[in-house]
Design a protein around this ligand. Structure first.
Ligand SMILES: C[S@@+](CC[C@H](N)C(=O)[O-])C[C@H]1O[C@@H](n2cnc3c(N)ncnc32)[C@H](O)[C@@H]1O
Ligand code: SF4
Length: 396
């Protein structure tokens, strides 16, 4: 485990301030549906960009009424495929956020982009609109696997889009999916080294997950998705990923995220440090503390239902669900144990009024799955690989 980039201890009035405050904007449309993806993304022939811009702005204004006097540390345009948004919509949203809340000079504004040439041509406009970080879904650096993953770009196109992104933004990250069909350790080592040679300072590296309600899920169920790694190979791929990235100076600061010191995604840290965040757009969920009580916010998944509700009522998300102190403790533990900096046990105790079972921590420590120092519980690389089992042990 690399030395964690520890979150400085700050004395706060409400628990969410330990994690900060961010805004997530969901653009739910894609040009096609990738066979592995179960995100809330939809293919639509016609999207009325003006209607969507007004609806997103209206939902933002509603959120701001509930959370006045806050500083925004990050805005994240995710999807779906937000690089399909009109740059004017992105710019209007950023301007509106700046009117509704305080934003610092160091605010991180990320947009997820698919690396086709059409989208790369819009990078300059996104930059002018205020975006200062791009996260690209490259997924693989060979054309056979890109095709198998149902992607619309080639490796050449992805590399060109990456160059354009680097010319327009000081911060560029990209995603790769590994543990793919027929992928050997050697193939992955080669591909990951190629990725790191691109002088990148942040990578999201996800193991391919077969989700039930996807095309891959259906193929897998019928036994028609061959060549997936067994558990041993998947574990070896994960450990190799850690090692190769560490040798290149990118620490694993979260289970699937690797960065040079100081280049971690501020937005995702808000989630993992269990801060407050507003979710704007279909299916986007949020966590906001109102009058000292943490709420989960939910909103309709269907783009059409969401749009109609905003047009009719001025907003779509609901804050009716409060989260009990013990559920907050559970959520904080689930999120923070993903991080190399781990869980602040004092914060856990303040939040829930109780401590974690010392015998269980000792047992997990003896098994090499966690370590505990200075009142921080940290999952080891092998602990991260079986995090759900570790959490189950700690929480029951
Ligand atoms: C939902 S996508 C949005 C970004 C953009 N539309 C794209 O595809 O690049 C965010 C990331 O999730 C990852 N992802 C989605 N489904 C996955 C799965 N089943 N297994 C592993 N990674 C997945 C991909 O790496 C993708 O870049
Ligand atoms: S992976 Fe990205 S492009 Fe593919 S369907 Fe999901 S959100 Fe859309």
């Amino acid at each position: 485990m690399h030395s964690p980039n520890l979150q400085p201890r700050v004395y706060v009035i409400e628990d969410w301030q330990n994690g900060g405050f961010g805004i997530y904007i969901h653009w739910p449309f894609c040009l096609s549906k990738c066979p592995y993806c179960d995100f809330n993304s939809h293919v639509r022939g016609n999207v009325d960009h003006t209607e969507w811009k007004h609806a997103l702005l209206s939902e933002l204004r509603h959120a701001a009424q509930l959370t006045p006097d806050r500083s925004v540390q990050s805005i994240f345009f995710g999807g779906g495929t937000p690089s399909l948004m009109a740059a004017d919509t992105v710019g209007s949203i950023i301007d509106e956020v700046a009117k509704l809340w305080r934003i610092g000079n160091d605010v991180e504004i990320t947009l997820e982009a698919n690396p086709t040439s059409v989208e790369a041509d819009k990078f300059l406009d996104f930059n002018k609109a205020g975006v200062n970080r791009i996260s690209m879904g490259i997924q693989a650096l060979n054309d056979i696997d890109l095709k198998r993953l149902g992607r619309l770009h080639t490796t050449k196109e992805a590399l060109q889009a990456f160059d354009i992104a680097k010319n327009n933004f000081s911060r560029v990250s990209f995603d790769l999916i590994y543990a793919r069909q027929d992928q050997t350790i050697e193939n992955w080592q080669h591909e990951l080294t190629q990725a790191l040679d691109l002088t990148v300072d942040h990578l999201s590296l996800y193991q391919l997950t077969i989700e039930e309600n996807t095309r891959f899920g259906a193929l897998y169920k019928r036994g028609n998705l061959g060549g997936l790694p067994n558990d041993n190979l998947a574990a070896d791929l994960y450990l190799a990923t850690d090692e190769i990235c560490a040798n290149a100076g990118l620490d694993c600061y979260e289970i699937s995220n690797y960065a040079r010191k100081g280049s971690e995604s501020k937005h995702n840290l808000v989630y993992w440090r269990y801060g407050d965040y507003i979710g704007i757009g279909p299916g986007a969920h949020g966590r906001i503390t109102l009058d000292g009580v943490k709420h989960a916010t939910i909103t309709p998944m269907s783009p059409e239902t969401w749009l109609k509700q905003v047009q009719t009522n001025g907003f779509a998300f609901k804050t009716s669900e409060t989260i009990s102190k013990s559920d907050q403790g559970e959520e904080y533990l689930m999120m923070s144990l993903r991080l190399a900096e781990g869980t602040d046990l004092e914060r856990f105790q303040t939040l829930t009024g109780h401590t974690l079972d010392a015998d269980k921590i000792k047992m997990l420590t003896d098994e090499g799955l966690v370590s505990c120092e200075n009142n921080r519980l940290v999952a080891s690389p092998s602990g991260r690989m079986v995090l759900n089992a570790v959490l189950k042990e700690l929480l029951i």
